[in-house]
Every structure is written in C-alpha cells, then in structure tokens.
Design a protein around this ligand. Structure first.
Ligand SMILES: *[C@@H]1O[C@H](CO)[C@@H](O)[C@H](O)[C@H]1NC(C)=O
Ligand SMILES: *[C@@H]1O[C@H](CO)[C@@H](O)[C@H](O)[C@H]1NC(C)=O
Length: 248
C-alpha cells in the first residue's frame, strides 16, 4: 500500500516532468532526469524514454486504484442486491482511497476502550401487536443525516440524535442540537478521537447540561474548547436514560 501523499507526488512528478521537457529541461521536478552538456539526438531519445516510462508508470498506478474501486462497487452491488437493500455503490469522494486508508482516516474510534452496555435485556413483546412497517422518519421526529467529516464523533452524533428525537416524540419542536457541544464538553470522551455513547449519556444525565441549538454552537469537525452557556439559556437536558445491548 502506498501512502496517498506519495501517489500525488507521482502524479505531480509526471505532470511537471512533461512540462520541463518542453521548456528545455529546466529546474522543476527533474528528479527523474537532469540534462547537462550538449544536446544530441541520443540524449533526446533517452529523455523521451524516461519520460514515457514515468508516464506509463503513473497511468498504471492511477488505473490500478480506480480499477480496484470499480471492482469493489461491482461486488457490493451484486452481493447485496436484493429486495431488502436500497443501497447502490459507486464513485464518491472516498473512491481514491484504498480500504486500509479509509479505515486509517475515518475509522479511528476504538470502541473496546469504552464500557459495554450494562446487560442483555430480553423483552417479552409477544403480547403487543406490532405494525408491519414503522419508521420514525414518517412521524417527523428524526433530523437529517449529518456529515461527521474527519471527526471521529459518531458517539456524539448518535447521542445528540437520540436526544433530538426523544424531545420531538415528547411534542417539542424537532431541531438540530449541537454535536460540537458534546464533542468539546463531554468528559471521559476524546472528542473527535472517539468516545462512548454511554459516557456521553452519563455526562448529560449527571451534569444536567442543556444541549443548545446547532446554529448556536456549530460543528467544526475538530475538538475545541468547551463553551459554556448561562443556566437561563434555552436548551434540552435529559432526566435519565437506559441503554441495552440488543445483540443475541
Ligand atoms: C427480505 O427480507 C424478508 C424479511 O426479513 C426475508 O423474508 C426475505 O428472505 C429477504 N429477501 C432476501 C432476498 O434476502
Ligand atoms: C440519571 O440521573 C438521576 C439523577 O441524578 C439518577 O437518579 C439516575 O440513576 C441516573 N440514571 C442513570 C442511568 O445513570
């Protein structure tokens, strides 16, 4: 696996060595070939060989990572294509990354460091008649999907999402609350380097801190200093919570 920066360097190298040959082998990036002494047909041919080799190398390199992406999409689109799946896979802003790179940049949160959910709870729901289909989005109590960018703050997004929906289900207006507030202020967590939903809920419950509107404390995609609001400032706090582990 080749680091991304190195790949861009190759591309740059190709582009600028193309440029420098037409301008007579000037400074530029000519790590690939440096011309000194009188110009001759052999030298020209040698320079051309080096240039075409490096272009070919660049082309194959770019081709291999686009090829790998396309293969992956084809596999994902066929393996999971059935009536229950609405996902379709294609090129997006992450396609230039190999899976290992994507993992290193975006999946940094280490959940094993955090407490597990208290207990397996077995509900008896046989006596309740459940609808065939139920989606809280149809009840307008779920806010839009947000983009966490390069911030490992999924734990904060999920807790804030839960508070937003719990408030809306209780009849309050549905609004985006501040994820950045939880990222900056929730202790026992590590901001954009990861955290635990349980720790965040525990912090909200213990401190009775009010989550303010997202527009008042907007998302910055990095951990910053905690901003405090006066006790009279409007926001939503929680009175308690329960967490369950639904795994079998
Ligand atoms: C789709 O989901 C239903 C209900 O869970 C299941 O019975 C069915 O086998 C699934 N279909 C496929 C193709 O997986
Ligand atoms: C939430 O806080 C209340 C009041 O301090 C406490 O009684 C309760 O046990 C807390 N809930 C959880 C799940 O920690």
């Amino acid at each position: 696996m080749v680091p991304r920066a190195l790949r861009w360097l190759w591309v740059l190298c190709c582009c600028s060595s193309g440029g420098s040959s037409s301008s007579g082998g000037g400074a530029g990036s000519s790590a690939t070939f440096t011309l000194t002494g009188p110009w001759s047909r052999e030298r020209e041919a040698a320079a051309f060989r080096v240039l075409s080799a490096s272009l070919r190398f660049c082309f194959l390199r770019s081709f291999s990572w686009v090829w790998e992406s396309l293969n992956r999409h084809r596999y994902l689109n066929s393996a999971f294509s059935n009536e229950n799946s609405t996902a379709s896979y294609g090129l997006n802003q992450f396609s230039y990354l190999f899976p290992e790179e994507f993992k290193a940049i975006y999946l940094r949160s280490k959940s094993s460091r955090y407490p597990r959910y208290p207990a397996d709870v077995h509900f008896s729901i046989s006596s309740v008649s459940l609808p065939v289909r139920f989606d809280w989005r149809d009840k307008h109590v779920v806010t839009q999907v947000r983009n966490q960018q390069k911030c490992g703050g999924c734990w904060a997004f999920s807790v804030v999402g839960a508070v937003e929906s719990a408030c809306a289900i209780k009849g309050k207006p549905l609004e985006d609350l501040s994820v950045q507030q939880v990222i900056d202020c929730s202790y026992s967590n590590h901001g954009c380097n990861g955290g635990s939903t349980l720790n965040a809920l525990n912090w909200l419950n213990k401190t009775q801190v009010k989550l303010v509107k997202d527009s008042e404390y907007p998302f910055k995609a990095q951990t910053e200093l905690c901003q405090y609001f006066s006790a009279s400032h409007s926001g939503f706090s929680i009175k308690g919570y329960s967490a369950y582990d639904f795994r079998q």
